[in-house]
Design a protein around this ligand. Structure first.
Ligand SMILES: Cc1ncc(COP(=O)(O)O)c(C=O)c1O
Length: 355
């Protein structure tokens, strides 16, 4: 192990790399991690010096607040390597802002920009060999923060740990996705934490999603908690609906995560001359459009899968199958976005940032 100290960050390098043990052609999403991780503690009311160190488990007191009261947030982003071996991030400022919005909502301290951005850049430089070239190869980045303060007292913690871990990923394909439209369970409510990337939001989805899985559906499309009449988002994706040639998606709200893929696709679609309507979309409209043949596509949008086409949905025990659409918006928009992320086309929006 070698150690480098700068006034901003300490770097402890792993003595050996695990990279040769990894089969990069058969990666299961989110299951392999690189050689290093970033760690920065919040103690005595301030952020300590960040450190990059070998990826390894760490100890926490059993009374740490994260275990009892769920003060935990995270982000999901990706790094890409272009043909000249340069490494790029996609709209990292948006992830940084969203992370701190989540922190505020969960009564956690905001992470300084320098710790998040400089720490991430240094970590990516160190584990750069784990980012493979070629479309479809990415490095998934998982920044997160947990409450480490001790005591089973239902108050916000005094101490926190911010970390970044990295996981090489192939393009994510979840097969043919059938969805169940939520009629009883809710993911989020007005005044709640739906717009935050808080760990508990995901835990709360597991049970209803497992019921949907048992019934033959891969995902649930959540509806508004008050009336269950408005289509909101899926597990880790925002959702788009194409009726005739117009693309619809719900406005973000206190209940919906402000997805970066979502907002990028809206801008890309508009640039392509596609009409996009951001407005509440009713379940009844979807059923009606399916019945009269105007519903052409449904797809999810999020960092992991980028764009995930949905082949059918169930509502009130009736299954509605989608037609096969040639030259779908899902495929067109996914291509445009991933080409830009991999620097295969010009980024006219200025969304890609070099590491
Ligand atoms: C609940 C939820 N909605 C939407 C998204 C998509 O957001 P993004 O495009 O920023 O990944 C995610 C994934 O981060 C999510 O967890």
């Amino acid at each position: 192990m070698s150690t480098t100290h700068t006034n901003k960050i300490d770097i402890i390098k792993a003595a050996t790399s695990k990279i040769n043990e990894v089969d990069f052609d058969n990666l299961s999403f989110g299951s392999v991690f690189t050689d290093h991780m970033l760690e920065c503690d919040f103690k005595n009311g301030e952020w300590q010096k960040p450190v990059i160190k070998p990826y390894a488990p760490f100890l926490l007191d059993p009374s740490a607040r994260v275990f009892h009261y769920g003060q935990a947030i995270f982000e999901g982003m990706k790094a890409y390597k272009d043909e000249s071996d340069d490494v790029w991030l996609f709209r990292p400022d948006e992830n940084y802002k969203r992370f701190n919005n989540s922190a505020v909502r969960m009564a956690m301290p905001e992470v300084p920009e320098d710790v998040f951005m400089n720490g991430l850049n240094e970590l990516l430089k160190l584990d750069e060999a784990w980012i493979k070239k070629g479309k479809g190869n990415t490095l998934y980045i998982r920044p997160f923060m947990i409450a480490t303060g001790e005591g089973v007292i239902a108050n916000p913690s005094d101490d926190y740990k911010f970390m970044v871990i990295l996981s090489p990923a192939k393009s994510y394909y979840s097969g043919e996705v059938k969805v169940l439209i939520a009629e009883h369970f809710s993911r989020a409510a007005n005044g709640g934490i739906g717009a935050a990337k808080a760990a508990g939001n995901y835990a709360a989805q597991f049970y209803p999603t497992s019921l949907a899985n048992a019934a033959g559906f891969q995902q649930v499309i959540w509806t508004d908690d008050a009336t269950h009449t408005k289509l909101e988002e899926a597990g880790t994706m925002n959702v788009f609906f194409r009726i005739n040639d117009t693309l619809f998606t719900a406005p973000t709200s206190e209940r919906i995560l402000d997805g970066i893929t979502r907002k990028s696709l809206i801008d890309l679609a508009k640039k392509e001359g596609i009409t996009v309507e951001v407005r509440p979309v009713l379940v009844s409209e979807l059923v009606e459009a399916s019945k009269n043949g105007t519903l052409k596509e449904i797809f999810g949008a999020g960092t992991a899968a980028v764009v995930n086409p949905i082949i059918g949905f169930s509502y009130q025990d009736v299954y509605y199958e989608l037609p096969k659409t040639e030259n779908s918006y899902a495929t067109q928009l996914k291509d445009k976005l991933t080409n830009m992320q991999h620097k295969l086309t010009e980024d006219t929006f200025g969304w890609t940032v070099k590491v």
